[in-house]
Write a protein that binds this ligand. Structure first.
Ligand code: 26W
Length: 817
């Protein structure tokens, strides 16, 4: 027996007892919020009991520990997920029934922590889940943003952003550890002096101190006592308030300094894949990187003393993209300034401890901090970066003698900026890409100069998703059906899902599979009705594109494709196609004008197709408001068609594609990111691939003219004209002129249609046409859907984490139940 679990009766008693003690009420009298508190704290007690059981094992055995540094952890709600990992969900469900508690409503009481933008943040959360499931000692480290990603509302077709104050009613899952508070220093100046042994040392003075206070959230391993922590650092001023000003009645001034410090953990920046050199963002990055490294060093010393040679064998530091990159010079600073190590030794220890994963090749996402900003804000770190850069360039000179330009491209500091990607590549022992194609592009282009020097440092470990949240939790009906067919071993070994393949041939199984999908569509319909008052046609194909709104992801191509379908039906009353609901879920960065206009366009198309009697029963377009983790949990299981349309070469991996696939959706997409590997796994007959390849995209730059497509393809020309002729918005025909212009002429001197929307549009629409024909062949479609689920096991993040561990971290799985 792995670990003790509460029975149904124990759960009932615990819930009733908590209601009595916390709120002095009974189940019948409790509000939904109180019920949530009582249930969640019951689950929390179970988790902490397990934590106590396995606590101390790592320290006792002196095992290596991973610190996974990430500016974002998009963990989603915890209650249901934790019940899944406790493996007594059934007992809870029974207890709820007997107590008359509605479990879905209960789960919805929990505010969702939106501590991330999109793929990078959600990946970090899936990784933590798998680390715990595999019993690997690890800690996720990030910022405790008081405001997570904005809540999105759609008003008159436009996106409106509302603040997300998720901590208003407290967070039951976190444990504050004021005893592990660290100081982080900003500004000031650095003086050098010679110590008693004649060595030059550095003293940082005149700085401002910000306190980093940690809050830990438990991440429970599936069916085990393993509990890792997600540590979120909160910024606090060391000053309470300036009593002198306060007594003089200058309240605002008295609070000012305090607020300046605490603003650091106020809000998550909502830009995804787009860099802006904001000072506060750099402060955020250094803040949590510094606190994490200080803690990691102290924790190491506690177990292993000052045996620095052991450090890389006992501590793995992983930087999730470049955002925590300042952790690298921070470790150097601590080793040199605090513990007196020599440069060479400190550099060696640092490089052997750090690994780096890159998540994007978009040049506008690469972080470059102005040199003078780094110098002013982090003077000692700046000196270390300079020294690092000097030594790096000397080494590079030996390899690339005389090639100044190349060395300049590879430098940590150059042309007035600090290049975070170069810092991470130069100072890590391993650099990882997130899919095969992405890793190839890193080797061939982004980091080619480094790759030539040290090819073995570059890995490609394909992303994954946790099948516990994305299948077991989000789609319990499909999970039970899989159990029924092949047993439940797949829950611990997701690769076993492949055993489902023969069930494609089983007509009865196919019908059960179809029934699960249909029920999930009904649930999504009720979800959309209660939240947005929208009625879904559950007999139509659910065709979904859900991801951040970005030009390279080409929601615009999807929208124009719908327009083309609309025109076909409108001009030919006999046009034959199955009814389809196009579902969009997407947040646009608040300052991204064009992305917001695309949202407006989708909503205009929604109105257009609904008003036309010829199309209103065949095409529906719905925009799902506030796409977030819990919305995705409703969306993925209900979707038939997964839209993965990025311009080839641009989407590093994608992970939504894996979630849809696992839930039995069939992909229509380009040969990009992990779509390539989905294609390899399911085979060409179980996926719809279209469009330019990454090589073709590359060759087309500078050659492609979108106006050629416009001039030669009448259907394309028609939809383009409809953008500006008032079809979509009669009261303001110019509303979408900007999009028209960007596609045909380019904006402000830029190239026209840089993401090849018009180029790929005809092939896309033809492929969609073939797909809808196939959908009508029920047997064929169900076979494809089952095939996709069966082949999805390799995309479990358990596989990803095992690979990271074998090739990068080398952690030992703890010997606990
Ligand atoms: C500095 C601004 C900024 C913010 C976020 C730059 C870059 C980012 C992230 C790296 C963007 C991101 O989330 N990338 C996504 O990472 C996923 C996980 O690896 C991939 O699946 C997606 O393809 C990639 O777009």
């Amino acid at each position: 027996m792995a670990c003790s679990r509460l029975s149904k009766d124990q759960i009932k008693k615990a819930i009733e007892g908590k209601l009595e003690r916390y709120f002095g009420c009974t189940v019948e009298e409790a509000t939904e919020g109180q019920l949530y508190q009582a249930v969640a704290s019951t689950v929390r007690d179970e988790i902490m009991e397990r934590r106590t059981q396995s606590r101390g094992v790592r320290k006792k055995t002196g095992s290596k520990k991973l610190y996974y540094l990430s500016a974002e952890f998009l963990v989603g709600r915890a209650l249901h997920n934790n019940m899944v990992s406790l493996v007594n969900e059934e007992n809870y469900t029974q207890a709820f029934k007997e107590l008359g508690i509605d479990r879905r409503r209960l789960f919805e009481q929990e505010p969702e922590p939106g501590l991330g933008n999109g793929g990078l943040g959600r990946l970090a959360a899936c990784f933590l889940d798998s680390l715990s499931a595999l019993k690997l000692p690890a800690m996720g480290c990030t910022i405790r943003y008081e405001y997570g990603l904005f809540r999105q509302k759609i008003v008159d077709g436009y996106q409106i952003e509302l603040p997300d104050s998720w901590l208003d009613n407290g967070n039951l899952w976190e444990i504050c550890r004021p005893d592990q508070t660290y100081e982080v220093h900003f500004g000031g100046k650095v003086e050098d002096y010679v110590d008693v042994s004649g060595v030059t040392r550095y003293r940082h003075t005149g700085y401002q101190t910000v306190l980093a206070v940690p809050y830990d959230m438990p991440v429970l391993g599936y069916d085990s006592t393993m509990v890792n922590m997600l540590r979120t650092w909160s910024a606090k001023s060391p000053k309470t308030l300036d009593m002198a000003s306060f007594n003089r009645g200058q309240y605002a001034q008295a609070m000012e300094e305090k607020e300046l410090a605490e603003v650091i953990s106020k809000v998550l920046y909502p830009e995804d894949n787009h860099y802006e050199g904001k000072e506060l963002r750099l402060k955020q990055q250094y803040f949590f990187s510094s606190a994490t490294v200080q803690y990691a060093v102290d924790d190491f010393i506690k177990v292993h003393g000052y045996n620095w040679n052991l450090f890389p064998e006992k501590v793995a530091l992983h930087v999730n993209d470049t955002h925590p990159g300042m952790a690298i010079p921070e470790l150097m600073r601590i080793l040199i300034d605090k513990y007196g190590l020599e440069w060479d030794r400190a550099e060696d220890i640092t490089r052997r401890s750090f690994a780096y994963t890159n998540h994007t090749v978009l040049s506008e996402a690469l972080e470059k901090w102005p040199e003078d900003l780094v110098k002013r804000l982090l003077p000692r770190i700046y000196m270390i970066l300079q020294e690092m850069n000097k030594r790096l360039c000397q080494r590079l000179w030996d390899v690339y003698t005389g090639q100044w330009e190349r060395i300049g491209r590879m430098a940590i500091i150059g042309y007035g900026s600090v290049h975070m990607a170069n810092l991470c590549v130069a100072m890590s022992h391993t650099v990882n890409g997130v899919s095969q194609i992405h890793a190839d592009i890193l080797r061939r282009t982004t980091f080619h100069d480094y790759y030539m020097v040290e090819p073995n440092r570059f890995l490609g470990i394909t992303n994954g998703i946790t099948h516990r949240r994305w299948l077991m939790q989000a789609n319990p009906a499909l999970s039970s059906l899989i159990d029924e067919a092949i047993g439940d071993a797949w829950r611990k070994e997701p690769n076993r899902m492949i055993d489902l393949l023969p069930f494609e041939d089983d007509a009865a199984f196919r019908e059960k599979f179809a029934k699960v999908k249909q029920d999930n569509k009904l649930y999504l319909a009720s979800y959309m009705r209660t939240r947005q008052g929208i009625l879904l046609d559950t007999e139509s194909i659910f065709d979904t594109q859900a991801k951040r709104l970005h030009e390279y992801k080409r929601q615009l191509m999807n929208a124009l494709g719908i327009m083309m379908l609309y025109n076909r039906i409108d001009s030919n009353p006999n046009y034959d196609c199955p009814p389809v609901t196009f579902i969009f879920g997407a947040k646009a960065a608040p300052g991204f004008y064009r992305a917001k206009l695309i949202i407006r366009l989708i909503n205009a198309i929604s109105d257009l197709v609904a008003k036309n009697p010829r199309t209103k029963d065949l095409i529906h377009v719905v925009f799902l408001e506030n796409y977030c983790v819990s919305a995705a949990e409703a969306l993925m299981p209900a979707t038939d068609v997964s839209e993965q349309l990025s311009t080839a070469g641009k989407e590093a991996s994608g992970t939504g594609n894996m979630k849809f696939m696992m839930n039995g959706a069939v992909t229509i997409g380009t040969m990009d990111g992990a779509n390539v590997e989905i294609f390899q796994n399911v085979g060409k007959d179980n996926i719809y691939i279209f469009g330019l390849s990454a090589e073709e995209v590359e060759r087309n730059y500078g050659v492609y003219r979108s106006s050629d497509i416009y001039e030669t393809n009448p259907e394309v020309r028609r939809v383009m004209e409809q953008l500006i002729d008032g079809t979509l918005c009669p009261e303001n025909p110019r509303m979408f002129q900007e999009l028209y212009h960007a596609l045909l002429f380019g904006d402000g001197g830029g190239v026209a249609d840089p993401y090849f929307v018009l180029k790929d549009l005809p092939a896309y629409v033809e492929t969609r046409h073939i797909l809808s024909g196939d959908y009508r062949n029920r047997e064929k479609w169900l076979r494809m859907a089952i095939h996709n689920t069966a082949c999805s096991g390799v995309f479990s993040s358990d596989r990803t984490i095992s690979e990271y561990n074998d090739k990068i971290w080398h952690l030992k799985s703890l010997d606990i139940d």
